[in-house]
Design a protein around this ligand. Structure first.
Ligand code: SF4
Length: 750
């Protein structure tokens, strides 16, 4: 690989939602090294195993370097013309809803913004969804139901300030390792800090926990509705907060009282004594953060789980205060950035709502868009079902591998194979999805592209290029804009750089933003290329005083400095400037909604509902049992420490492959004995949808009656190991997120 001149570049890790700052250095001889960025407020220099091994994953082996049509190398003009003309023709013949984009939390915000703008404003359909649907959709839906907006209330430092951290459905030690390290370090300084882990598996995260509740799969709604009832019964409510800042408490408490303690014990599989200990600890600890992740989200009751947790925080007024709040941690590096620009099929850009006619009109006017989408589009699972039944006739898959990662993956592969026109943009030439692309478009990879990402605490950071562009690869935003131009939308997509896209995105976030929406990075609206290059990590809303331009978020920066951690730039007071992309004279007076606002939300109410009050959601536990005589075990899927998604990047590092060298099923010794399975046997794990062959790993860390198979291995790395081929396409009714952690399964010797 041709390497640019020796220099150290400040960028961001492309893996999990912690969003760690990385310093990448290219030596004169071309050797690349990475280290943690001491000045980045997400990690203060720490990196986990995956982040530390980034330099081992950037070779050009297996890269897609030139556009291809039906496997034949071609030039960009021919490939882009074919994509644009086929999409245009399909839309003309069958309407805008006959086409779809399936995109990715791996995209940078600028790529996401352009894809969303093309589909929702110019094609006139909302058929753009993202693999973030598999990751965060239940949190998004829960936030919107409770807060009126998809807003994460707290910051990472709240995890260090809390007296109690409740981790729900989160193997933080492996899936968000640097956050785990921050909690471990805080706990060493304050040994009285307590950690409770709620997870069917005794994962490595249990090593830091004072209490591990090995909850039955999907028992979380019963657990947290029971907690709300307990808080009510034990005088542990913040009644003044409830009165001043919320609606619906009475109905929520009534619904939560459906089960008595014995009923909760039965629904959760926990003992009444364990429940009592957890409930009394929660009730007694004002500074409590409840961290939740995929064990909550990836469920057919995922949104109810999120709201059951949020209800408990609202009832105790523990939200938006130092060391207190519900806190969803995202899986991917830019799941949040995608949410901010409307990457989900049921959202508009800048956190506006597609169902809201005023929001649609505002976005349409800002974009000068000919044809704004008027209804939500197809969510991921629905989208591939529509591909299968022929409603979607042209599909563009960008930066993701649904043939391996979607539930019912074999059916998804069959649908893609049968689709009349499939475009795939990717960095690799031979993923299980890329090989089905009629047109394959080579995209730039991490280290070669420029843009921004947003991490789990709303912090926007730059990814910066430090490698030359190989072959004819191009940035995703450029590829999408070129197709838009060839579809006749050139003027609206005439971007020359990601800085221009970011400025437009920032201007839209501020456009006629009268305080109804929280998402406002408008201070960056007139950012130029030099500002963009220098952009330091900041949390939105960004109109804090002083302006964070060229500096971090004002509050985070000042506290970081007080703590002696160093800063993230010079937060010199620069007044907000006019957005370059101003299209309305009202922008001459940009809103200062965020001025002086803390980067924590909701301490004093001010929710994004019409009356400014949060909404309690009444929730009753509904059994989610799926096992039967033929498939008596519950299959849970998830990550291991050193691999990522379908291993397209981490599979390149021998070091990362040493931790877990092959796919496996964790099974409790009692379940294994019953079926004659010995440790290290090759076994068949099957469901009604398919089967995998993996090695048995007998461990008492696994809850009896349930098994765990990691999500990463594909046929490329191990024959018959695609676990998502086993997962049923059952989704949460509110969020559309698949239930990837509660699948009826059987395990037998092979
Ligand atoms: Fe990257 Fe996440 Fe590890 Fe940080 S914790 S280095 S963002 S994978």
């Amino acid at each position: 690989m041709k390497i640019d001149e020796a220099r150290e570049v400040r960028t961001t890790c492309p893996y999990c939602g912690v969003g760690c700052g990385v310093l990448a250095k290219v030596a004169a001889d071309g050797e690349v090294t990475v280290r943690g960025d001491l000045d980045h407020p997400a990690n203060f220099g720490r990196l986990c195993s995956k982040g530390s091994a980034l330099a081992e994953t950037i070779d050009l082996d297996g890269r897609l370097l030139y556009p291809e049509i039906h496997g034949r190398r071609t030039g960009w003009d021919e490939a882009l013309d074919l994509v644009a003309s086929t999409f245009s023709q399909t839309i003309a013949e069958h309407g805008p809803d006959s086409v779809a984009f399936y995109v990715s939390g791996q995209l940078l915000t600028e790529d996401y913004y352009v894809a969303n703008k093309l589909m929702k404003g110019f094609i006139g359909s909302a058929n753009i969804d993202t693999n973030s649907r598999l990751c965060m959709a239940s949190s998004v839906a829960g936030h919107r139901r409770a807060f009126g907006s998809d807003t994460v209330p707290g910051s990472y430092e709240d995890l260090e300030l809390a007296d109690l951290i409740v981790l729900v459905g989160s193997n933080l030690a492996w899936c968000h390792p640097v956050l785990y390290q921050r909690i471990a370090a805080a706990r060493e300084k304050r040994p009285d800090m307590k950690v409770v882990l709620i997870d069917p598996r005794r994962t490595m995260t249990a090593d830091i926990a004072d209490m591990h509740l090995a909850i039955a799969p999907d028992g979380d709604v019963a657990l947290f509705t029971g907690l709300l009832a307990y808080l009510g019964q034990h005088n542990a409510l913040d009644r003044s907060y409830i009165t001043a800042h919320t609606n619906g408490f009475g109905q929520a408490l009534f619904a939560a009282s459906a089960l008595d303690l014995a009923g909760i014990a039965a629904a959760t599989g926990l003992g009444e004594d364990e429940l009592g200990r957890f409930y009394s600890l929660f009730a007694a600890t004002a500074k409590t953060v409840t961290v939740y992740s995929q064990g909550v989200n990836q469920s057919s009751s995922g949104t109810d789980k999120v709201n059951a947790i949020i209800n408990c925080h609202l009832a105790t007024g523990r939200i938006g205060k130092p060391g207190a709040g519900p806190f969803s941690v995202t899986g991917q590096p830019n799941a949040m950035g995608g949410r901010e620009v409307g990457g989900l099929a049921n959202m508009l850009a800048a956190h506006m709502e597609i169902e809201n006619p005023e929001h649609r009109e505002r976005v349409q006017r800002f974009w000068s868009a000919p044809d704004i989408a008027e209804k939500p589009g197809l969510k991921a699972v629905e989208m591939f079902q529509a591909v299968a039944d022929g409603r979607i006739k042209a599909l563009w898959i960008i930066a993701t591998n649904p043939v391996d990662s979607m539930p019912d993956a074999d059916a998804v592969e069959a649908a893609i194979k049968a689709c009349p026109f499939v475009v795939v943009s990717d960095v690799l030439a031979k993923t299980d999805t890329v090989r089905h692309g009629h047109v394959r478009l080579p995209a730039t990879a991490w280290g070669e592209k420029d843009g921004t990402v947003t991490n789990s605490e709303r912090r926007i950071s730059r990814q910066r290029a430090f490698l030359s562009t190989p072959g004819e690869a191009r940035a995703d935003w450029w590829i999408i804009a070129e197709v838009a131009r060839r579809m006749g939308f050139g003027e609206a997509f005439s971007y020359a750089s990601p800085a221009e896209i970011f400025a437009e995105h920032a201007a839209l976030s501020a456009f006629e933003n009268d305080g109804v929406r929280d998402f406002d990075i408008g201070a960056y609206g007139d950012i130029d290329a030099e500002d963009y290059e220098d952009l330091a990590p900041f949390q939105w809303p960004a109109l804090a005083s002083p302006s964070p331009l060229r500096g971090g978020s004002a509050r985070a920066l000042s506290e970081a400095k007080q703590a002696g951690r160093g800063g993230v730039g010079d937060a010199s007071p620069t007044p907000p400037r006019l957005p370059r992309f101003a299209v309305q004279s009202s922008l001459a007076d940009p809103p200062l909604k965020g001025e002086g606002k803390s980067t924590r939300f909701f301490a004093n109410g001010n929710f994004y509902t019409p009356d400014g009050k949060a909404r309690f959601i009444p929730i009753r536990p509904v059994p989610q049992t799926r096992t039967n005589e033929k498939f008596p075990l519950v299959l849970n899927t998830g990550r291991v420490r050193d691999h990522w998604h379908t291993m397209t990047r981490t599979g390149k590092s021998q070091r990362l492959s040493q931790h877990m060298a092959e796919p496996f099923v964790e099974i409790h010794p009692a379940d294994a004995t019953r079926t004659g399975i010995g440790d290290a046997d090759i076994v068949r794990v099957s469901t009604v949808h398919g089967e995998v062959l993996v090695r048995a790993l007998l461990t008492a860390r696994q809850r009896p009656g349930s098994v765990f198979v990691p999500m990463h291995w594909t046929d490329q790395f191990s024959a018959r190991a695609r676990v998502d081929a086993l997962v049923a396409p059952i989704t949460d009714a509110v969020s559309g997120q698949p239930a990837s952690k509660n699948v009826a399964a059987r395990v037998e010797r092979f």
